[in-house]
Design a protein around this ligand. Structure first.
Ligand SMILES: [Fe+2]
Ligand SMILES: [Fe+2]
Length: 371
């Protein structure tokens, strides 16, 4: 029915859920619709809100020096701030693209700098030739203002095309569950985006258009090797699986299977690391090192798709039936990084900013991603 959806994204869990709904909708038509993911970066640089945002985005590294007992943290320069904001935008769009690619839905991205989110969304809808806007609405402010209720209302008034506003509604438990599930899916999408980034680099090296940038490729390898083992799977096992087990035997077999898959994933990620070590800088064409690297990437990718599908299609629906509101809150807090399971020296925040840097460097959303 609709041919081209515009889907604004921001940092919120509702946006993650909205991307999922939009992709499902696009896929439901007899001829699947195309999706353009849109992000408006506010030009906060010169504003009061911008200086506050910059202050919140200060580097997490230890302060460079102290004055007496007053700790001084280095402020970001305006250009560092811009780089981070643009990087964040790329990371958000890359994750949304990963969701569309996983569903086999055609997609594109569009981003602008604007202080007027509603106008920016409406203009993007027109510029991209969309016939439906699918957006979430929530009450956040500041950097999340893109999808605030007043923005949604304004878009509906001005769009000149149908607007579908998705909301997280239901009982408190359902709302809490949706938040936790969105956080888990968001991490899945970042892993998928890293795999897509690897495939793109590899195909460029194999077709000869760009020799392998070994150092950069290594950063993607490092993310796929460390993030699941140190954070993502640990959080799943320590919160979701533990809480489910406390409610009885339901899901026992599937959790057993998932935990075995976690171990297999570590093995495949180590094999990928070994293949990367053996591959030379600038490798191109029929280089045997590249072929081995491609084989290792595809083995890991196949495993990760299978694993994420089992979690999203079997475990999470079961958990929705079994867990209560307090459980879901605990899962959400764990995935937000507020409850540290106590493993590894890198925090969730460290991995988020690592992913953002890599997504920025790889220019992830700009490349066609093929599953
Ligand atoms: Fe898992
Ligand atoms: Fe997972």
């Amino acid at each position: 029915m609709y041919k081209h959806l515009l889907v604004p994204v921001d940092e919120s869990e509702l946006s993650v859920a909205n991307v999922g709904e939009a992709v499902k909708l696009a896929r439901s038509f007899a001829v699947p619709a195309r999706v353009t993911f849109f992000h408006a970066t506010a030009d906060y640089g010169a504003s009061v809100e911008g200086s506050r945002a910059r202050a919140q985005m200060r580097d997490r590294r230890p302060p460079l020096f102290t004055e007496g007992t007053t700790m001084r943290v280095p402020e970001l320069t305006p250009s560092e701030y811009s780089e981070r904001v643009i990087g964040s935008s790329r990371a958000l769009l890359a994750k949304a693209c990963a969701a569309a690619a996983a569903a086999g839905v055609g997609y594109d991205t569009h981003s602008v700098i604007s202080d007027q989110p509603a106008e920016a969304i409406v203009q993007a809808g027109r510029d991209c030739g969309c016939d439906l806007i699918v957006m979430a609405s929530h009450g956040s402010t500041g950097l999340r203002a893109l999808l605030s209720p007043s923005v949604a209302a304004k878009v509906m008034r001005q769009a000149g095309m149908p607007v579908l506003v998705t909301r997280s509604e239901g009982t408190d438990t359902q709302v809490e569950a949706s938040r936790a599930i969105a956080l888990i899916q968001d991490e899945h999408r970042s892993l998928a985006a890293a795999i897509y980034g690897m495939r793109r680099r590899l195909s460029q090296a194999i077709d000869g258009s760009a020799g392998l940038d070994r150092e950069f490729f290594g950063r993607l390898v490092s993310y796929l090797q460390n993030f699941p083992e140190r954070r993502h799977h640990v959080k799943e096992e320590e919160s979701l699986h533990r809480l489910l087990r406390e409610h009885g035997d339901q899901g026992r077999d599937v959790m057993h299977q998932l935990e075995a898959q976690h171990l297999e994933e570590y093995r495949l990620a180590d094999a990928l690391h070994t293949a990367w070590l053996a591959c030379g800088e600038g490798a191109v064409g029929a280089d045997p090192g590249l072929a081995a690297l491609q084989q290792a990437v595809e083995a890991l990718a196949a495993h990760v798709w299978q694993h994420m599908a089992l979690e999203e299609e079997s475990l999470l629906p079961l958990a929705k039936q079994v867990l209560d509101r307090a459980d879901w809150r605990e899962v959400a807090e764990t995935f937000e990084g507020h409850r540290d399971p106590g493993f590894g020296e890198w925090s969730d925040e460290d991995f988020r900013s690592y992913f953002t840097r890599v997504a920025n460097e790889a220019q992830l959303p700009q490349a066609p991603l093929v599953r």
